[in-house]
Write a protein that binds this ligand. Structure first.
Ligand code: SF4
Ligand code: SF4
Length: 92
């Protein structure tokens, strides 16, 4: 999920131009600062963070979805748990 900081974004469009999967588009209307900010197209973003890295104004943040976060956590815990059990089992 993409979050654009309206205070920092200057509407340069770099993030839109370089997104490898065209997951961003320019807003149709100017925002309160007179800028066409980027908006995310639903279900297209892969979370690669390229837009975050290239934004010259640090105005875009890629947030990991909760579902992915918890799945990663589970994998790490499972991995550690399994490894410890295997090691313990192997010694006895
Ligand atoms: S690259 Fe940054 S400043 Fe430029 S439009 Fe995207 S978010 Fe805004
Ligand atoms: S994180 Fe990657 S895929 Fe998602 S909007 Fe940014 S550049 Fe595009």
């Amino acid at each position: 999920m993409i979050e654009v900081n309206k205070e920092y974004c200057k509407g340069c469009g770099l993030c839109i131009r370089f997104c490898p999967v065209d997951a961003l588009e320019r807003a149709e209307e100017l925002n309160e600062r007179g800028i066409y900010e980027p908006i995310e197209i639903e279900d297209k973003c892969t979370g690669c963070r390229l837009c975050e890295m290239i934004c010259p104004d640090f105005a875009i943040i890629v947030e990991e979805e909760e579902e992915k976060k918890s799945s990663k956590k589970e994998k790490v815990l499972l991995c550690c748990g399994v490894d410890r059990k295997k090691k313990a089992g192997g010694r006895s």
